[in-house]
Design a protein around this ligand. Structure first.
Ligand SMILES: [Zn+2]
Ligand SMILES: [Zn+2]
Ligand SMILES: [Zn+2]
Length: 334
């Protein structure tokens, strides 16, 4: 173990936010440099083999890049490229390409450009709440996408910071709204959520690809009130799976019944019962069927220390049982 860092990467990263890091960020406070980074992203052409390389970045020649950014003087343009080279972009034999930090700047610009108090006011969709049957709605507020029940507390008693009745809340850029109908937006939100948790179950963080660790939590005093959420833990789910990235500390939490649907045994059960877990159409049928399945499925806390739970997925008289250990590994399927 000699030579191994004793701090977690996030601790070392925060320790590293010294002069060098602030200097790098100050480099970006320049219209031409930001335009260079965005132009490299915009020039993406995967089928152009001159330009595309196997790691998925895109090489743009000096002259084309200069034209795209609109800087007349090559000397001045070169000065700006040199500032970014090695940190946000990289020079190759044929031109320039973005590196990981540069791609993240593009993502950040998209996020910032979409920051408005309410990008999408509460909009009704034709999908009933799985808890109370009342109509549901979607909204995008403060960089978050919500699917809400218009009557009950939903899955999460969220407090004043969030709208009430949260069935599902995800931090998503306003870009999610672009070129999509309300139905497509809600489907995109669930597609994102399912993929994020599928990666988390594989131990991979969606944001940084670092190692993510799962822990199962069972509420010791779970009682859902008339509005759906438990007074003790705040969730409608008695057992939740929590995932924390060991690199960037990104954290996710979801009920263990919905998580069971992502496990291959749960996905196969869904397939056998006509629930196709795809979200790319404009039909809310998949969510209606999923909510029905969640409602007829049960969970049993088999042990508290260590936590071990069994989920029984139920549909049309058929059952599939998945037993989880405290690290959210499925240890038994029957
Ligand atoms: Zn409801
Ligand atoms: Zn509880
Ligand atoms: Zn991460």
């Amino acid at each position: 173990m000699t030579g191994q860092p004793t701090e977690s990467p996030i601790e070392s990263a925060s320790g590293m936010a010294d002069e060098r890091v602030t200097q790098l960020f100050s480099l970006l406070a320049d219209e031409t440099r930001l335009a260079i980074i965005l132009a490299l992203a915009e020039a993406s052409e995967p089928l152009n083999r001159e330009r595309w390389n196997p790691t998925g970045t895109n090489v743009v020649s000096f002259s084309e890049l200069r034209e795209r950014v609109g800087v007349e003087d090559p000397g001045n343009f070169n000065y700006h490229l040199r500032k970014l080279d090695g940190e946000f972009i990289q020079q190759t034999a044929d031109g320039y390409e973005l590196v990981s930090a540069g791609e993240r700047i593009v993502k950040t610009v998209i996020s910032i450009a979409g920051f408005e108090e309410t990008a999408l006011p509460e909009t009704p969709i034709d999908l009933a709440c799985p808890h109370c049957g009342a109509p549901t709605a979607i909204t995008h507020q403060r960089q978050r996408m919500y699917h809400l029940c218009t009557a009950c507390d939903g899955n999460v008693f969220a407090g004043d910071q969030h709208p009430s009745g949260v069935l599902s809340g995800v931090m998503l850029d306003r870009a999610v709204l672009r070129d999509r109908s309300p139905v497509e937006i809600v489907l995109a939100q669930y597609a994102w959520k399912f993929s994020t948790f599928a990666m988390a179950l594989d131990g991979v963080c969606l944001l940084c690809a670092g190692r993510i660790e799962g822990t199962l939590h069972a509420c010791g005093d779970h009682e859902t009130g008339p509005n759906g959420a438990c007074a003790s833990c705040g969730y409608s789910y008695e057992v939740t799976g929590q995932f924390v990235c060991t690199v960037c500390n990104h954290t996710k939490l979801w009920g263990i019944i919905p998580l069971s649907v992502i496990h291959p045994a749960g996905t196969a059960f869904c397939w056998d019962h006509g629930i196709e877990l795809t979200f790319d159409g404009d039909d809310l049928g998949v969510l209606e069927r999923l909510f029905e399945l969640y409602g007829s499925s049960t969970l049993e806390v088999r042990s508290r220390n260590p936590v071990r739970v069994r989920v029984t997925l139920r549909d049309s008289g058929d059952e599939r049982r998945l037993t989880y250990d405290e690290t959210i590994d499925v240890v038994e399927v029957d």
